[in-house]
Design a protein around this ligand. Structure first.
Ligand code: HEM
Length: 215
């Protein structure tokens, strides 16, 4: 999965929105827009995960290999959004077409466990990898203290991300997917990256409308 999406990963890192965020060039309102997009994305992904595993009469074995409640970002995003947007953040979310399309595909993955696994991997392994450095940069850029507003990047239930990622990969390998299924998962990972890129482009366009920052 990592090898199959290496080019897409490099593109994601280079996207103007991400680059602007990491260089500290984005106004706080744009970071708030990003968090609102993430809330739509994780709401859909985590809804699909619960439908496939804890709420299913027979948990799906593929989804069960990766699903883990300690990863869930819903509560952390709620904490952050209360700070960045306000208590009423839910009524202020106006997801654009790219966020809506991504959320729709995530919600539909409850019918397609291979797609669910791919989406799960793309989001959470990213959060447990580069996401850790991004959290530190956000804290510095916006002068935050004591972890305020950056709950999204903290995983109290995952004290050692490196070990967690190793065991995650081992669980995926132990599924013993057939070669065609492995290809399908990699295609879904690529599609997941494409959705993230489209969301970044949408957020960059919105940022530019608010205040041209030359992304
Ligand atoms: C500027 C933005 C980003 C930076 C600096 C970054 C950085 C990193 C780093 C350092 C790793 C660890 C690589 C390793 O363990 O060998 C990683 C892994 C990963 N990233 Fe990113 N990343 C960024 C954006 C993204 C985005 C937007 C996504 C997808 C939504 C993503 C998904 C992943 C995934 C799935 C992995 C795990 C690869 C694996 O170990 O199998 N990353 N990232």
């Amino acid at each position: 999965m990592r090898v199959g999406s290496a080019a897409e990963h490099t593109e994601a890192e280079a996207s103007p929105f991400m680059a602007g965020l990491l260089d500290g060039r984005l106004p706080a309102t744009c970071y708030a827009d990003y968090l609102l997009a993430l809330a739509a994305v994780y709401g859909a992904l985590e809804g699909a995960g619960r439908a496939l595993v804890p709420e299913a009469s027979r948990p799906d074995p593929l989804a069960a290999a990766v699903w883990d409640p300690v990863l869930e970002r819903g509560a952390a995003l709620d904490d952050d959004l209360r700070l960045w947007v306000g208590e009423d953040w839910r009524s202020r979310a106006e997801p654009g077409p790219a966020v809506t399309a991504y959320a729709r595909e995530l919600a539909a993955s409850r019918e397609d466990p291979l797609a669910f696994v791919a989406h799960h991997y793309t989001r959470y392994l990213g959060d447990l990898s580069g996401g850790q450095a991004i959290g530190r940069i956000i804290t510095r850029t916006y002068g935050l203290e004591d972890g305020a507003g950056t709950a999204f990047y903290r995983f109290p239930g995952v004290p050692k991300p490196k070990l967690y990622k190793d065991s995650y990969r081992a669980r995926l390998d132990a599924l013993g997917l057939s070669e065609p299924d492995q290809h399908r998962v990699v295609e879904h990972v690529r599609a997941a990256f494409a959705h993230n890129q489209a969301v970044f482009a949408e957020l960059a366009a919105a940022a530019d409308r608010r205040a041209p920052v030359n992304l």
